[in-house]
Every structure is written in structure tokens, then in C-alpha cells.
Design a protein around this ligand. Structure first.
Ligand SMILES: [Zn+2]
Length: 171
């Protein structure tokens, strides 16, 4: 298990766009493994080291997905929930995010994809997207004062276009 980065100065540095020639296979493999080992819903590259715009997400009983260079195309509605973060152990913040989001990017094979997330999936995707910009729940939310939230896994996103095989198998 790799250590999760908790240094706020590092986490607040925005990540770089992944170039076509940037090798990411090892990074993606590490992200999928750490996501599973930590039982997390999402994990971004800069939480384990590389400052690159890559994150992975776990979904309800489905293989996890990877998004490289994600760009938000559309966001609708609002939802307000408590969120934890592996980089902020035992700290929960109440965060308002979009209820539905459409994100364009690439999968782990660098194939272009466009995905639509809603509910918990939108929340997780936006949480991880924030990480890539150096934003944390402590920057966008309010401290939770009540009991800790229960974990809810995200439903799979719906593929709008791109690689029809997505979500791919966890390597
Ligand atoms: Zn986080």
C-alpha cells in the first residue's frame, strides 16, 4: 500500500495536463490498486505522488473507471452531502456539488470518452476533479459537526460516446 499524501502544500498544487507521450500505465495501475486497498470511492494521481490530471473512481459492483485530462462539459442541479477524503483523515466536510455532470476525457487507454455521472457518482467525480485543480473539501465545504456519514458507492456513469468497452476491467 502506498502512503497517501496529506501535505496540504503539495495537494494544493494544480496538476499538469497529461501529454500524449506521457507514460501513465504504471500510474493507472497504482491508482486502481490503491483505490481498492484503501476501500476508497475515488483517488487522484496527486494523492499518491504524480501531479498529473488523472483520477480513478469506484462504482457500485462495477469495475472502477479512470479519467485522464477530464473536462467538465455540463453540470446541473445541486446536492449537499458530507464528504471524507483519504488525504484529510477523519475530517468530514459538508459540500454542495452538482447533481449531474457530463465529463469529457480519456480512459486509461487514452481513448476519448464522454461520461454522464449523477448523484453519488457526480459527487465523487467532482471531488476528484477538484483534487486535480488543487482544491480540497476544506476549501469548498463546511466542517461537519454531526455524526460521520455512511459510505454510498457511485452507480456507473453512462457512456455518451467513446470506447464502448468502458468501464474497463481493473488490470
Ligand atoms: Zn479527496
Amino acid at each position: 500500500m502506498l502512503p497517501i499524501i496529506t501535505d496540504l502544500a503539495l495537494l494544493r498544487q494544480p496538476c499538469a495536463w497529461v501529454l500524449a507521450e506521457t507514460p501513465i500505465d504504471n500510474l493507472v495501475r497504482d491508482l486502481f490498486r490503491e483505490l481498492q486497498e484503501h476501500g476508497a470511492q475515488g483517488l487522484s494521481a496527486n494523492q499518491i505522488g504524480p501531479h498529473l490530471r488523472v483520477f480513478v473512481m469506484a462504482m457500485n459492483e462495477q469495475p472502477p473507471i479512470c479519467l485522464v485530462n477530464p473536462v467538465i462539459l455540463k453540470a446541473k442541479g445541486h446536492q449537499t452531502f458530507e464528504e471524507g477524503c483519504l488525504s484529510l483523515p477523519d475530517q468530514f466536510y459538508v459540500v454542495t456539488r452538482a447533481m449531474m455532470v457530463v465529463i469529457r476525457g480519456e480512459d486509461q487507454h487514452r481513448q476519448a470518452v464522454k461520461l454522464r455521472f449523477s448523484g453519488p457518482g457526480a459527487r465523487t467525480a467532482l471531488h476528484e476533479y477538484d483534487h486535480l485543480g488543487g482544491r480540497l473539501t476544506i476549501d469548498v465545504g463546511k466542517p461537519l459537526t454531526g455524526p460521520r456519514p455512511q459510505r454510498v458507492r457511485a452507480n456507473p456513469p453512462s457512456l455518451m460516446w467513446g470506447n464502448p468497452k468502458l468501464p474497463d476491467r481493473n488490470p
